[in-house]
Design a protein around this ligand. Structure first.
Ligand code: ADP
Length: 487
């Protein structure tokens, strides 16, 4: 099967969140299954630092952009680490920027243009390559116009009208809602502005277009695929999603254990495995020292809790803010690595002065430090209000760092609660999005942590969990086949 994966982020070339990790690893699992899989993303400024020896496929593609005129695209081809071809679409006016989606002040004002240009350029690129996939796998609103364009501008073109699409919702909270004037500005079909297409409360909603126009839809965990059918989690699109319920699936993300493995991780102080955990103790000590926290015997015995997260409301950081003092009073130390919402930058910075003996915050994106935290902590806190899949808890399991999570979305699907499943548990789970419930789960975790033998068993069991891509890639292939046969 010929599969094209399209995404606005792909690890390691550009990453904001889990989307990049998914599109940076799923293609390898698909390729291993024998499929002709290729990837395409925009050529951002940072891409140049990450990949050398790009080959230009074509000088100039002319992309029609309505009243905004004709824009040019250049296509470059590279090879991903496991031999998968990747195309980069260049237009410096749109993509040669320091950030991917916007600055601290907010999203770039021309995101609608950027993410109309990108899908159009992708479809035009296929003709240049003379390579037409059986299925295009789109990811989040930045690529939602691919199915829309295929069923409008490209619908009578025999080269295109057999291509099936699947649309993966990684996060329903980011929908790409823009003014209706955009239709003319970027030259989209006027009929798209209607209630059964992309109209949404007087505006234009890209994600709604992706949901309505693609053959199959999926989210990145079974629980989240059910949650989003309810008003509580549906972000205003639950009604639209219910109309497509029979085409909506949940496929849990995998993680790439060649990238995430304490046995081979070169960024951590000492490598370790579930057969020999001595290295993990060295990692804890090194982390405490690097973070300027005490590394005495007493501090080594205290539970060390890590958080690695975008600092966004979704992630339940307000619960952490409320419970911080109490967590520290339970005798734990806490390290946060994250960037995002200015409010949390301020709050956690302030707290790091107040609790400087026990709490360290790192307000940045730092992949190396993330690995040291996954390895060096005892517990990993993820109190998300909603979580489509979540990678942090799966990575922390692999590093033997026991997750404390809220029972929602992918967190509910991947962490087995030690309180309820003695002999099977891999973490601690709480239900309500309240600091009280989170604190009580943390208390239970700390209680078990003191019982070294039991804790050790949980750690080893956590490290044995298998969330590799092999199973999920097979499920995607099944979904691609269903999408193709439903055309
Ligand atoms: P989301 O996609 O909502 O951001 P996920 O848990 O699915 O959340 O994926 C987050 C990914 O980004 C994980 O690989 C996590 O380790 C990484 N990450 C998040 N924040 C940072 C940061 N500040 N520095 C390094 N890595 C980070």
């Amino acid at each position: 099967m010929k599969i094209l994966l399209v995404s606005s982020e792909v690890y390691p070339y550009a990453k904001v969140g889990g989307l990049a990790d998914v599109v940076g690893s799923l293609p390898f699992a698909l390729s291993k299954l024998g499929h002709d899989v290729r990837v395409v993303m925009p050529k951002y400024k940072e891409v140049e630092d990450k990949i050398v020896g790009l080959e230009k496929v074509d000088d100039l593609l002319k992309i029609y952009m309505g009243n905004s005129g004709i824009m040019e695209a250049k296509i470059y081809e590279g090879i991903m680490s496991q031999g998968v071809p990747i195309y980069f679409i260049e237009n410096n006016q749109y993509f040669y920027r320091d950030q991917i989606y916007g600055t601290k002040e907010g999203d770039y004002p021309d995101n609608a243009h950027r993410f109309t240009f990108f899908p159009r350029a992708i479809l035009m690129m296929l003709r240049k390559l003379e390579w037409f996939p059986n299925v295009i796998h789109c990811n989040d609103f930045h690529t939602a116009l691919v199915p829309v364009l295929l069923k409008t501008e490209f619908k009578d073109n025999p080269l295109y009208n057999r291509i099936a699409t699947i649309f993966t919702i990684h996060n329903l909270a980011y929908q790409g809602i823009f003014s209706r004037d955009l239709l003319d500005e970027v030259g989209l079909d006027k009929n798209l502005y209607s209630i059964d297409k992309m109209e949404y409360w007087g505006k234009l909603n890209f994600m709604k277009g992706g949901i309505i126009f693609s053959e199959k839809i999926n989210t990145v965990s079974p629980t989240y695929s059910k949650e989003i059918l309810t008003p509580e989690y549906g972000c205003g699109l639950d009604g639209v999603l219910r109309t497509r319920e029979k085409d909506l699936f949940g496929i849990i993300n995998g993680i790439d254990y060649t990238q995430w493995n304490p046995e081979t991780d070169r960024s951590i102080k000492k490598r370790y495995s579930n057969k020999n955990l001595k290295g993990k103790i060295k990692c804890k000590k090194a982390l405490l020292i690097e973070q300027g926290l005490k590394s005495s015997r007493l501090s080594m015995q205290a539970p060390l809790i890590g958080i690695i997260s975008r600092l966004a409301d979704q992630k339940g950081l307000d619960l952490v803010e409320k419970a911080m003092e109490k967590i520290i009073n339970l005798g734990a130390n806490l390290i946060i690595l994250g960037t995002g919402n200015a409010y949390y930058h301020k709050v956690f910075e302030k707290m790091s002065y107040k609790f400087k003996e026990n709490f360290k915050v790192n307000l940045k994106f730092d992949s190396k430090l993330a690995r040291k935290i996954y390895a060096g902590c005892d517990m990993f806190l993820m109190p998300s209000r909603f979580e489509p899949c979540g990678l942090g808890q799966m990575i922390s399991l692999k590093y033997g760092t026991i997750p404390i999570v809220r029972k929602t979305g992918g967190l509910a699907d991947t962490v087995i609660n030690c309180d309820k499943h003695i002999g099977r548990g891999t973490g601690f789970v709480f239900k309500e999005a309240s600091s009280k419930d989170m604190l009580s789960a943390t208390k239970r975790a700390i209680g078990v942590f003191k019982d070294k033998k039991r804790w050790d068993r949980i750690v080893r069991r956590a490290m044995e969990q298998d969330f590799s891509w092999d199973n999920s890639a097979k499920e995607y292939v099944k979904l691609y086949n269903e999408a193709i046969s439903s055309k």
